[in-house]
Design a protein around this ligand. Structure first.
Ligand code: GRF
Length: 211
């Protein structure tokens, strides 16, 4: 049974990644700068070739990487690795596989999607594909979404969501850069809110206690 995080104690975080690890870089930078009061206890990757694995090693975090193709088996291996570190929260940081969370972790697994869920999300919407679809559609705003993870890609209760503008002349790369800058602020904010015990999940609604 997962313990409830102890108020006032540092939140322990496990990070799951598949790619470049830019999100990990951001967390690491924020922690080092004293702006994010959490502790990264373990990293797991869905590819042994992921650049993020190298970064994690370089930063000195315990790392596990697997090239297992079955999502269920990959999740099992990842959980076997991270659970002994007793993470309070599991954070998907550019993790490209379907993740089956350990029992009792519902409400303690987060993902970030580089668009305003439920738009431009779901299977096939990842990386630059998202931003290309955004530009092609002619929408005037996009943004990013931090949400709790459910068994379906990019679904689950929406925790935080913010917008950035899109102009007719923007390239997908322009939009990607703008959105990622926002992600670098919003994901640490989500962790800080959880660490402060200010988040309540009820059905598909996420309540954030005002202070
Ligand atoms: C971000 O766009 C995020 O929204 C998505 O993965 C990207 C980050 O991956 N979930 P990485 O940290 O660059 O590997």
């Amino acid at each position: 049974m997962k313990d409830t995080p102890v108020p006032g104690k540092k939140l322990k975080v496990a990070v799951l990644l598949s790619g470049t690890g830019r999100t990990l870089d951001n967390f690491h930078r924020e922690i080092e700068a004293g702006r994010l009061n959490v502790e990264i206890v373990a990293i797991a990757a869905s590819s042994s070739e992921a650049v993020g694995v190298e970064k994690a090693r370089h930063y000195g975090y315990p790392v596990f990487a697997s090239d297992e193709r079955s999502h269920r088996e990959l999740s099992r291996q990842i959980n076997e690795f991270i659970l002994p570190y007793q993470p309070d929260v599991i954070v998907l940081a550019g993790f490209m596989k379907l993740y089956f969370m350990p029992e009792n972790y519902e409400g303690w697994v987060l993902n970030i999607h580089p668009a305003l869920v439920p738009a431009f999300c779901g299977k096939g919407f990842y990386g630059m594909k998202v931003h290309r679809a955004v530009v092609d559609s002619g929408v005037k705003v996009t943004g990013c979404t931090v949400h709790f993870v459910s068994p379906v890609y990019d679904e689950g209760p929406i925790f935080l969501q913010e917008c950035v503008p899109v102009s007719a002349g923007d390239s997908p790369e322009d939009v990607a850069a703008r959105v990622f800058e926002l992600e670098c602020r919003l994901y640490p904010k989500a962790l800080s809110l959880l660490a402060a015990g200010r988040v309540k999940l009820s059905g598909n609604k996420v309540w954030i206690e005002e202070r």
